[in-house]
Design a protein around this ligand. Sequence first.
Ligand SMILES: C[S@@+](CC[C@H](N)C(=O)[O-])C[C@H]1O[C@@H](n2cnc3c(N)ncnc32)[C@H](O)[C@@H]1O
Length: 444
Amino acid sequence: MAEHADRAAQTTHPAYPVGLRLAGRRVVVLGGGQVAQRRLPALIAAGADVLLVSPSATPSVEAMATSGEIRWERRRYQEGDLDGAWYVLVASSDPEANRAASAEAERARVWCVRSDDADAATAWTPATGRDEGVTVAVLTGRDPRRSAAVRDAIVEGLREGTLAAPQHRTRTPGVALVGGGPGDPDLITVRGRRLLAEADVVIADRLGPRDLLDELPPHVEVIDAAKIPYGRAMAQEAINEALIEHAMAGKAVVRLKGGDPFVFGRGMEEAQALARAGVPCTVVPGISSSISVPGAAGIPVTHRGVAHEFTVVSGHVTPDDDRSLVDWAALARLRGTLVLLMAVDKIGAIAEALVAHGKDPGTPVALVQEGTTAAQRRVDATLATVGERARAEQVRPPAVIVIGDVVAVAADTRVATAGAPRTAAGAVPAPADADPTGAAPGRG
Ligand SMILES: C[S@@+](CC[C@H](N)C(=O)[O-])C[C@H]1O[C@@H](n2cnc3c(N)ncnc32)[C@H](O)[C@@H]1O
């Protein structure tokens, strides 16, 4: 009777939210299944001294025990297991053990979460998320999906800067070299997007997620790196100077680059110039077009049994150019995938060099222009035909060129890839302009 009265009282009152500081404190977890698998990482991150009591565990939970992140006693629950515990998670598949552990927790005044019976629990786990030192914890009582939805909305708003939350901390000082990904605004990292939302000045390249610039508040100064005055040869120096000047004026500066800053992105040159000037620099990696653009066109750069390596090569100079640092003869001997960037103009000469060094002229080639944007298009060819096809189809930069058998792997597979333009059915359009010679897919 008393228990029923207690339960009624518990359900009519809202839960009292609190942040537990569990570092070094004993937490007992009963059951090593999916619930434990989901909850353990946060307990480990909180520094808790976790004891898992369970006859079995999922492979992921077992790995946590093997790596020493938790202690695991492979047995059923027994009275006394909660000795010294501050908190207990009851999540076993044995109802009797769950009830007994819950009763022990009640007697010992240990807060107890129950995955099988929320009403019988003395504590509930909120839906949690984190952003920049802020922990968001949402409880809605009986509606975990709503809790998760509210949590997602808040965390996303904080990350994207769309939720106005005054910040009393200092912003990231200096310059952030942010890899913006291949072009689809959804393909920038969370950190990159947050730094963009905090910026006073953004110096952006032609490539990358240009759409994001529209979202910046009016006070943000957006500088088009391509339009910084000085001759072409001076351009990089001028960009470096602009970065330094704005950072030294106390502005939060983002250098927004396409793809990853360190993949043909001159990111290290900028980082070095900033270091010489004593300006702090944060590098935020990005999704490189070298992998993501083929992927968006349905081409995996590796595939089991087809390609065990991929090589990313700059094709901005022809193979016979004295400035070339590329060993084209060695590349021609590789069985794996070649991914060429900045190679649209020189693809004819590059294909000839590869064939001259022994590569099969029938090797499939795909050119993917403006990958991950609404203007994405794919042209298929072979090494023998690619120079002519690129001209005839008027392929223009930016394009990623993929050479190798992986090009043909997915020709008959419709895959939806994040960021790729989709058909109404949600699938990536099949290559519309397959080689009329019949050489692709497969070898001609
Ligand atoms: C100067 S490099 C910069 C690469 C960049 N840092 C990266 O990691 O993707 C520019 C080249 O990247 C490739 N590229 C970048 N974005 C692309 C896109 N959306 N579609 C096709 N190619 C792209 C093109 O080959 C282009 O000429």
